[in-house]
Design a protein around this ligand. Structure first.
Ligand code: ATP
Ligand code: MG
Length: 137
């Protein structure tokens, strides 16, 4: 069993899609073992997407992530990291497969409804940024 970190992004929470996204997650066999709705601070968003600091879209990305509340989650399941990336679909919704969260709900490459960790090391760091061990059950 593996854990991954997920964010339901501002474009999705603003459109009342938290439940719809969670339905796709649960149907895919992933278990939501921690979840909370938070307003990210600019500092938190900059730390979270720090790897993209030099990219041209960084400022826009941080502004977007703090534009409305997000739902941060820990998902658990077999191969949860790769499985969730599959369920999310491609970064750009135009390239996302049918039935994926981004195909169903994302508005654009920037406002793409969800985040999921891309590797075991990043999953560990990202989970620890937002959850204490005893919040994951
Ligand atoms: P995430 O890390 O959010 O799960 P990802 O791993 O599919 O997404 P990354 O390459 O890590 O994609 O990009 C991080 C985020 O930055 C994307 O989800 C998207 O919100 C934003 N982003 C990526 N590329 C662009 C772009 N060309 N223009 C605007 N925003 C972008
Ligand atoms: Mg990424």
């Amino acid at each position: 069993l593996e854990r991954t970190f997920s964010i339901i992004k501002p474009d999705a929470t603003a459109r009342n899609l938290t439940g719809a996204v969670n339905a796709v997650i649960e149907k895919a066999g992933l278990r939501i073992v921690a979840q909370k709705r938070i307003q990210m601070t600019r500092a938190q968003a900059e730390e979270f997407y720090g790897v993209h600091r030099e990219r041209p879209f960084f400022g826009e990305l941080v502004d977007f992530m703090i534009s409305a509340p997000v739902v941060v989650q820990v998902l658990e399941g077999d191969n949860a990291i790769a499985r969730y990336r599959e369920v999310m679909g491609a970064t750009n919704p135009e390239n996302a497969a049918e039935g994926t969260i981004r195909k169903l709900y994302a508005k654009s490459v920037g406002e793409n409804s969800v985040h999921g960790s891309d590797a075991p090391e990043t999953a560990k760091v990202e989970i620890a940024q937002f959850f204490a061990g005893n919040e994951i059950v």
